[in-house]
Design a binder for this molecule. Structure first.
Ligand SMILES: [Zn+2]
Length: 360
């Protein structure tokens, strides 16, 4: 990595948690990740990736939409209570490299897999975790219990994650988009040999719940896990800035695009399209705190270690100090009618000026 006052040259970034969607949405959002990302773990929740056939089909769809060979997506499939050892073996053979675990709400609220196949606590997935360990596939966990009060959902998962780590010592575990100081402190206190790591987004070290509901409602800042207190944000920020030393956390953008009509409506969807602005926002933070020397660990090295992605020091990208304005709207491809786009995405930091630009 080379850093001068106005130029940063670093290894191509990796993304440990990326939502690319499908169809026209995929074609719209993919270029923003492809520009800067090499290795990416694409989370198979929308569309739902639960079988080897799903993996094959989705990998082809992404490959057909991509234009840069440097982008190397790998898929994380969706684990349910019905997923068997044989399923996972076939899913791995089809090219998926990790599994995503997500707790359901037994009341049916927020249920996305159907109550018969949903997992309500991590122990219910221990058969699947044993299979993942046996097949050497990492496990990415959305560590929130949807049955408890929303600000406490991640905190209550700490004992469950601890228990999981202790029961499956060879299983590589990644706690996704860490949001609160309880989980962050737990991770940072683990011994260096621990099998538990985590990802941090570009938005959780920046915003708090006040940015969403402290004044007027800001639907485009609504995401899961929800933003929490300033002390939680600061714990996340601190861990991210020190990712050269703790090696435990790395970049998972959780870029999750929605059409604005899915955000500005009666039941807005959680998720933010951060791919266009995430790198610049994060670079600004590292610079502001005089920690730019840790940037490469956060953006590529640590996540490559978690998932066994090769680190190619000769494949670099450059950012230059050149202010640019994040677009207010990004039109969704395929939504043109009579030359007018009827649909668009509002990206993270829409309309804001950021300091660092990708040199293309
Ligand atoms: Zn996600």
């Amino acid at each position: 990595m080379r850093i001068t006052k106005n130029r940063i040259t670093m290894m191509r970034m990796s993304d440990g948690h990326l939502h690319l969607r499908d169809n026209y949405m995929l074609k719209t959002v993919l270029p923003y990740s492809e520009n800067v990302i090499g290795h990416a773990l694409v989370i198979g929740n929308a569309p739902k990736i639960r079988s080897a056939d799903d993996v094959t089909r989705y990998a082809v769809e992404i490959a057909n939409a991509q234009s840069k060979k440097t982008f190397k997506p790998k898929i994380a499939f969706y684990i349910t209570r019905e997923t068997t050892y044989e399923d996972i073996k076939h899913i791995k053979a089809a090219g998926a490299i990790a599994g995503k675990l997500f707790l359901e709400n037994q009341t049916g609220q927020e249920t996305s897999t159907g109550s018969e196949s949903g997992i309500y606590n991590l122990k219910q997935a221990y058969d699947q975790c044993a299979a993942m360990q046996e097949l050497d596939m990492p496990l990415a966990i959305h560590a929130e219990d949807p049955t408890v009060f929303c600000l406490d959902r991640e905190d209550v998962m700490v004992p469950q994650v601890k228990d999981l780590g202790e029961n499956f010592l060879r299983l590589r575990i990644s706690v996704e988009h860490i949001t609160g100081k309880s989980m962050m402190n737990f991770l940072e206190d683990l011994p260096p040999s621990s099998n538990i790591r985590g990802t941090i987004t570009s938005h959780h070290p920046v915003l708090t719940l006040d940015d969403v509901i402290g004044g007027r409602l800001h639907p485009h800042f609504f995401c899961k896990p929800i933003f929490k207190r300033p002390s939680d944000r600061d714990a996340i920020l601190n861990a991210m800035l020190n990712s050269g030393k703790n090696r435990r956390v790395s970049h998972g953008s959780d870029s999750a695009p929605w059409r604005y009509t899915d955000k500005e409506c009666k039941e807005g969807c959680p998720g933010m399209f951060t791919a266009p602005s995430a790198p610049s926002v994060t670079i600004e933070l590292f610079e502001k705190h005089n920690m730019l020397h840790n940037l490469e660990n956060f953006f590529s090295k640590n996540i490559n270690e978690t998932y066994g992605f090769p680190s190619d020091e000769s494949d670099t990208i450059e950012f230059v100090r050149k202010p640019w304005k994040v677009p207010r709207y990004i039109p969704v491809k395929g939504s043109e009618w009579m030359g007018i786009h009827s649909d668009h995405i509002v990206p993270f930091m829409a309309g804001q000026t950021l300091e660092w630009s990708l040199e293309t």
